[in-house]
Design a protein around this ligand. Structure first.
Ligand SMILES: *[C@@H]1O[C@H](CO)[C@@H](O)[C@H](O)[C@H]1NC(C)=O
Ligand SMILES: *[C@@H]1O[C@H](CO)[C@@H](O)[C@H](O)[C@H]1NC(C)=O
Ligand SMILES: [Zn+2]
Length: 524
């Protein structure tokens, strides 16, 4: 009798364990996979001389820095969405090893930007975009409007006296060309700050406005973000727009190039409208929807270029098929076109690595780091195509995330591996963890609320493996600490200090002599 009880008990235990553990894998494998096996601690590091020589060389390099007070003919502004300092550090370890650097970490001047929104300690990408592109802080969820407009306010969104103007407009007023590149939908929050004015970042197409505002009599006057991109005063003047988001431009009943769903319900095809404006103005406008099309673009013969490579966000690089271009390829084409179009007055280009944030929201740390390296590669490309003497490049982020690098992992340990064992439950814990997110419950044994061994839970072959989190949430949240700002080129030395995020476009405007009242530009 007693024997049977014991047997039943063990059978139940086995069932419950195998039900919880998705894919048991030996811990050692996890550590091997991403570690730089050939990395050994350089024995010179044990000497004093090694560190002292390095330290003195840095002092000497800093001493030689010369302030560049040229006028920045061109400005390229890179935003890594959700590129927190811990993401930069972990991606550096992941790709190059602890002592090495991502491309933009070599830039000579660094500052820190405070990212809070008017009404939130931790901001979203719309309020921060308004801040770093229009120079004015805004309420959470709002885009290109000041703090008098609250999120989703259908009536206030038509009040033009509350609209902000972006650095894109300031550049156009000085006869510069402008463009945008992103891996998200081109109507998403970060690029939206360049050309849109709207009380709700999700009003990317007419149906989204209808859902929130149909009880308001003037709701048909509200222009969705896609319409503002094609017909607005800044959007309609863009030389190049590359990214995802085709669905926001066409009615659901219309066909997509590769059969994906569209999102509009007003019968419009904004891509066709964009093309016909070109015909009316005798401009050669090119629309492309895949990587091949992008590489066929003849920049000499193209006046304006619209490339929409997915119906929604573009795919993560780790999952993309060959028909979507990389951020680096899009950035390269955009710069070539802008250089060709307006060599005399120069250009302002906004480039977003938008999927770092999307991956973090899902606690896909491996994808977040891969997207960060892609972002770094795009910046490297931009620097090699331009000159520090006339092109200011600024690299920053809109906000942080909740990911931390913790424990005391050994040097050159796999960044995705275990840091150590806990002194409380004797189980290992990982180096990478989130404060909240969907990777919370799978690491807890629901029977007794104890932790599982994370190395048994995580499937290291899957880029979409969820990293552990504390509070269970469907979408991991942003973080509220400062973000770094890296600058290179004319007036880059102005970007040092700890400042409000909204000073960024004012600094870029000063460096390139756009906007009003800049005395140092008088002779120009
Ligand atoms: C317009 O641009 C396309 C694509 O770049 C090119 O093939 C075509 O020759 C151009 N037409 C003119 C008139 O320049
Ligand atoms: C990102 O991942 C993809 C697919 O695994 C790989 O081909 C690519 O080289 C990675 N990117 C970088 C910059 O390491
Ligand atoms: Zn986000």
């Amino acid at each position: 009798m007693r024997f049977y009880f014991i047997l039943i008990f063990f059978t139940l235990l086995q069932i419950s364990i195998s039900g919880i553990i998705p894919n048991p894998e030996h811990p050692a494998k996890l550590t091997e996979r991403h570690s730089k096996n050939n990395y050994k601690i350089n024995s010179e590091e044990k000497t004093k001389e090694f560190w002292i020589t390095k330290g003195k060389k840095f002092v000497e390099d800093q001493r030689k820095l010369k302030e560049n007070k040229n006028i920045a003919k061109n400005v390229i502004f890179f935003i890594g969405d959700g590129l927190s300092l811990s993401t930069i550090a972990a991606s550096r370890v992941y790709q190059y090893g602890e002592e090495n650097s991502l491309s933009f970490e070599h830039f000579p001047y660094i500052g820190l930007a405070k990212t809070y929104a008017i009404d939130k300690i931790v901001p979203d990408s719309a309020s921060t975009s308004t801040s770093y592109l229009c120079g004015v802080k805004a309420n959470y969820g709002t885009l290109g409007v000041n703090g008098n407009i609250k999120r989703k306010d259908c009536e206030a969104t038509l009040q033009e006296q509350y609209y902000t103007t972006s650095i894109g407009k300031w550049a156009l007023d000085k006869k510069k060309s402008i463009g945008l590149v992103t891996t998200t939908r081109v109507t998403h929050a970060s690029p939206g700050g360049l050309y849109a004015h709207i009380a709700e970042r999700n009003w990317e197409n007419n149906e989204e406005i209808e859902k929130n505002c149909k009880n308001y009599e003037n709701y048909k006057k509200i222009k969705d973000i896609a319409v503002q991109l094609i017909h607005g005063d800044v959007g309609s003047e863009m030389t190049v727009v590359l990214g995802g988001g085709r669905r926001e431009f066409r009615d659901k009943k219309m066909n997509d190039e590769i059969g994906l769903e569209n999102a509009r319900t007003d019968g419009r095809d904004l891509i066709a409208e964009w093309k016909s404006i070109g015909d009316e103005n005798n401009e050669n406008r090119t629309f492309v929807f895949d990587r091949q099309g992008l590489s066929n673009v003849d920049v000499e013969k193209t006046d304006r270029l619209l490339g929409l490579f997915n119906s929604g966000h573009m795919k993560y690089k780790m999952e993309a098929k060959d028909y979507e271009p990389s951020l680096e390829e899009m950035t390269e084409t955009a710069i070539k076109l802008l250089q060709n179009k307006n060599d005399e007055n120069g250009y302002f280009l906004f480039v977003e690595g938008g999927l770092i944030d999307v991956a973090h929201h899902s606690t896909y740390a491996q994808i977040a780091f891969n997207e960060t390296i892609e972002f770094s590669n795009a910046i490297d490309k931009a620097r090699t195509m331009t000159s520090e003497s006339d092109t200011l490049i600024v690299v920053s982020s809109d906000h942080s995330h909740t990911m931390s690098i913790a424990g005391y992992p050994d040097r050159y340990n796999d960044i995705f591996g275990t840091a150590a064992e806990s002194d409380r439950d004797d189980l290992p814990f990982l180096t990478i963890n989130y404060a909240n997110g969907k990777g919370a419950d799978i690491y807890i044994n629901s029977e007794n609320n104890a932790r599982h061994d994370p190395t048994v839970i995580i499937d290291s072959k899957n880029p979409k493996a969820l990293f552990p989190a504390t509070a269970l949430r469907d979408s991991e949240t942003h973080g509220g600490e400062d973000v770094a700002v890296f600058a290179s080129g004319p007036w880059a030395h102005l970007f040092t200090g700890v400042y409000e995020q909204n000073v960024l476009p004012h600094l870029m405007a000063y460096a390139s002599c756009i906007g009003d009242g800049l005395k140092h530009c008088a002779n120009n």
